[in-house]
Design a protein around this ligand. Structure first.
Ligand code: PLP
Length: 407
């Protein structure tokens, strides 16, 4: 049997922490009641567990009131609930929404649909590092702006946005700030109160919790978007999201939040060391590479690199020993280059020449060193067949584009 590849795709999803699984197990086996069953102990115990998890999520986000947490199936649903469910209540104030060019498809898609329903959506550009500038948001604001949607950290290049500054601007203008914080929660300290965030989406599977569970934080104070349920049902989650609560998953989300709250900072430092080791190792073996994303304001585990003279997809496919992602969304027969990389100014070739490495909690130094070897060997093999590659001398147009940012 061949051994499993080294997992370096922690932005796509993470391996559940054994402590999370341990916390969940009793809710599959003995405490399996429906949290809405108010007439017996099975229900009460399930409901208590749900409320404890709600407190754990609220504590990680710095929320004032656990009732501001609504459990959903994940971040896609939370983003949809925030935007489709939140905007109608703001319509009397205006019909203008601002978002950024590098948001996840669950935000851009929801806003596209709202655009068809009469909402005016301004998509602000990002800088060369993929960061949303507060000045760009301010310049896009009009009298009719009611909501700004900016992600806390980007899923491809890891760039962290200045949420506090954007939140302060929104607060001053009485505008609601929605943030898709899927990649940031558990990785960077967040405080919905001091960052001025009114709506925030998260999902457990990005920070060592189970898949299929997430939450929306919805501020009860002003400025406030009053939500309309997108899934009608039996009045669960105070009527905001119908459906029997997934108690084991909710317990897992709560446990993941608790671990992140206690260990997040130390973990980020350790993961950043591994990520920097990976970067330095690749840079010492491979020429003509370019770092995509912010050099410092970036998620600890993120390393997105463009490799000159190779196609990212071909490179990824030639490295069976490691699990990484390429810079194109291969959801169709003709893979589109990443909308994030192109929004940052990379042309299609450069975007296609990129790979995303995501280092996480369970990676080791040994794995990082082995990954460096795999990458260096695979790039050398592919470049050996490249007529344009001149032994590392950036002589072609393709090579010149790497000069400024050669790492
Ligand atoms: N937002 C961002 C930035 C993401 O990276 C993802 C995950 O791919 C999502 C939203 C969607 O999360 P979920 O899988 O929980 O729907």
């Amino acid at each position: 049997m061949t051994s499993a590849p080294i997992y370096l795709d922690n932005h796509a999803t993470t391996r559940p922490d054994p402590r999370v699984l341990e916390a969940m197990w009793p809710y599959f086996t003995t405490i399996y009641g429906n949290a809405a069953s108010a007439s017996h102990r099975f229900g009460w115990e399930a409901s208590e567990a749900v409320e404890k998890a709600r407190e754990q999520v609220a504590a990680l986000l710095g929320a004032e009131d656990p009732r501001e947490i609504i459990f959903t199936s994940g971040a896609s649903e939370a983003n949809n609930l925030a935007l489709k469910g939140g905007l109608p209540s703001l319509r009397r104030k205006g019909n203008h929404v601002i978002t950024s060019a590098v948001e996840h498809k669950s935000v851009l898609g929801a806003l596209r649909r709202l655009g068809q329903e009469g909402w005016e959506v301004t998509v602000v550009p990002v800088d060369e590092f993929g960061q949303v500038r507060v000045e760009a948001v301010e310049a896009a604001m009009t009298e009719r702006t009611v909501l700004v949607s900016v992600m806390a950290a980007n899923n491809e290049v890891g760039t962290i946005n200045p949420l506090g500054a954007i939140g302060a601007l929104c607060r001053d203008r009485g505008v609601v700030l929605h943030s898709d914080a899927t990649q940031a929660v558990g990785k960077v300290p967040l405080s919905v109160v001091s960052d001025g965030v009114g709506l925030l989406a998260l999902t457990a599977h990005k920070f060592y919790g189970p898949k299929g569970i997430g939450a929306l934080y919805a501020r009860r104070g002003e400025p406030r978007a009053r939500l309309t349920a997108q899934i009608d049902g039996g009045g669960h989650e105070r009527g905001l999201r119908g459906g029997t609560l997934a108690v084991p998953l909710i317990v897992g989300l709560g446990a993941a939040c608790e671990i992140a709250r206690r260990e997040g900072l130390a973990e980020a430092a350790r993961v950043a060391c591994l990520r920097d080791r990976l970067h330095a190792g690749i840079a010492s073996r491979v020429d003509t590479i370019r770092l995509n994303g912010h050099p410092t304001e970036r998620l600890a585990g993120n390393l997105n690199l463009s490799f000159g003279y190779v196609d990212g997809e071909a490179l990824m496919m030639s490295m069976r020993e490691i699990a990484v992602s390429s810079g194109s969304a291969c959801t169709s027969a003709n893979p589109e280059p990443s909308h994030v990389l192109t929004a940052m100014g990379l042309d299609e070739d450069l975007a296609r020449a990129s790979l995303r490495f995501g280092v996480g909690r369970f990676n080791t130094e040994g794995e990082i060193d082995a990954a460096v070897e795999v990458v260096a060997t695979a790039v050398a093999r592919l470049r050996a067949h490249s007529a344009a590659y001149g032994g590392g001398v950036a002589t072609s147009v393709h090579g010149e584009r790497f000069d400024e940012a050669v790492q």
